[in-house]
Design a protein around this ligand. Structure first.
Ligand SMILES: [Zn+2]
Length: 478
């Protein structure tokens, strides 16, 4: 068996790993969008993009694709596989199939805008540059075709691909449908087990089940997002939201703006707000969810309620839904989005993107950043260079939509809604493995410094063979 790392290698995004069995059976694990693309291209001068190809390997030779979960840094490049001629199946859990469709459609919508802008410039662009600019811009038709390739499979069920290959998906609690994947492959009569953590979630996270036990493997590929830190707060998500609502909307009547990803994070927030309203902790305060995808995503969460934790299932049964509280309004269109600006009562506005980098949130932040009665509540990770990151690091001015604005609003943050396991959670996952039988532990999906720290912790804990693979590096698995 051979394992190559074609993404999330010494960086966070672009998860994509290639496992080759018996010399020619090729399995791709995840196919995510790479937001560190510039670096990847720089590191690999032979990158085929200028010839109109996105992938650094021959896509038509792939036999199978496995998808851990729907987030775009794991799924968002799937339609480009179809574009480059992939004809096989894609295995994922049923909720992942539906959430991935939602996210890929949104990427296709953004691609269409980018394409129109490239073609609309009226300038003559040479074919090489044009290929480079448009290679990865798939359209809705590619998403539709991708959807025909998905084969939904259940959690914790050993799925036989063929007599020398089995795959099993295990719940990770990171997002509805999210899984770690076990691949069992037989070569020359010998079975080898390879585990892919996918993104690991947290215990006691709103709505989601806890990560489930993962079996012993020979090789493990483990994410490292929070490989050097522990989530700070010990309060419950209910306490955190109740406190911020009280201090920003009840004690002083203001506005609470929460930049949040529409798929997953927004549902956790809405569920907790629903519970707070249910317990009458903030009666009468309007909540606007201003994101076209949030409503569809919420419906998928309700449809697959059997995949949620017990508490959420019971709440859903008792209240006939998870997110259906009286004061919640899903804003359907841009007109509605603009109208929120004229709503002068205390309210909560939840909108995407979570990093304040594109999306309707930009307008809300732009209109309210100078208002000292407004609070921007950051509930997730913001990459460097985004407005979200600048606010979180204490900037007193930011540029939004070409305008420079002063930051008079209060900026608050929490990591209670982060969907990733912290160092303790990662160690808990890895510690399920016996050190001897596990021959190598590969760290992926993390910033380089964080991975180095995580590796040190693992080494101190007795794990001898810990590897931080580079982009394109290939390993022979015995
Ligand atoms: Zn994820």
């Amino acid at each position: 068996m051979k394992l190559s790392f074609w993404g999330a290698a010494r960086q966070v995004t672009g998860s994509m790993f290639l496992l080759t069995l018996d010399g020619d059976y090729k399995i791709l694990i995840d196919c995510g969008l790479d937001f560190d693309k510039e670096r990847t291209e720089y590191e690999n001068p032979d990158f085929k993009k200028e010839n109109g190809f996105v992938f650094p390997f021959e896509v038509t030779e792939l036999n199978l694709v496995l998808l851990t979960h729907a987030h775009v840094d794991h799924s968002g490049n799937i339609p480009n596989l179809i574009k480059e001629g992939y004809e096989g199946q894609i295995l994922a859990t049923q909720p992942t199939v539906e959430l991935a469709e939602l996210l890929m459609q949104d990427s296709a919508r953004i691609n269409k805008i980018k394409l129109n802008s490239i073609h609309g410039k009226g300038k003559k662009i040479n074919p090489k540059t044009m290929n480079k600019l448009t290679a990865d811009l798939y359209l809705d038709s590619h998403v539709r075709e991708s959807m025909e390739r998905f084969v939904p499979i259940g959690f914790e069920r050993r799925f036989k691909v063929h007599e020398n290959l089995y795959v099993t998906f295990y719940t990770t609690g990171h997002l509805l449908g999210a899984a770690s994947i076990l691949i069992e492959g037989r070569e020359n009569g010998k079975w080898t087990k390879v585990g892919f953590s996918g993104d690991l979630g947290r215990f006691n996270y709103p709505l989601l089940k806890d990560p489930q036990p993962f079996p012993q493997v020979d090789y493990l590929v483990c994410e490292s997002t929070y490989g050097n830190r522990t989530h700070e707060t010990t309060d419950s998500p209910e306490d955190v939201l109740a406190n911020i609502v009280k201090s920003t909307l009840i004690d002083i009547p203001g506005r609470l703006i929460i930049p949040s990803f529409s798929v997953g994070r927004t549902q956790s927030l809405l569920y907790i707000l629903n519970k707070l309203e249910f317990s009458r902790k903030f009666p009468g305060i309007r909540v606007f969810t201003d994101s076209p995808m949030a409503l569809r995503s919420s419906k998928i969460y309700e449809k697959y309620r059997s995949h949620l934790n017990k508490e959420a299932q019971e709440f859903c049964k008792e209240n006939d839904g998870l997110f259906n509280f009286e004061n919640l309004t899903y804003v359907p269109d841009l007109e509605g989005s603009r109208a929120i600006s004229n709503y002068y009562e205390p309210c909560v506005i939840i909108s995407s993107s979570g990093m304040i980098h594109g999306g309707r949130i930009e307008n809300h932040v732009l209109k309210n950043l100078e208002n000292p009665y407004c609070t921007i509540f950051m509930v997730g990770f913001s990459a460097e260079g985004t407005v979200g990151n600048k606010l979180m690091t204490g900037a007193d001015k930011v540029v939004l939509k070409g305008k420079q604005v002063e930051v008079n609003a209060r900026i608050e943050r929490t990591d209670i809604f982060s969907g990733h396991a912290d160092l303790k959670g990662l160690m808990r996952f890895v510690d399920q493995q016996q050190n001897g039988p596990m021959k190598n532990l590969f760290l992926v999906h993390g910033e380089e410094e964080v991975m180095e720290d995580f590796k040190k912790t693992l080494t101190w804990s007795g794990y001898q063979n810990v590897t931080i693979p580079s982009w394109g590096q290939e390993f022979e698995l015995e």
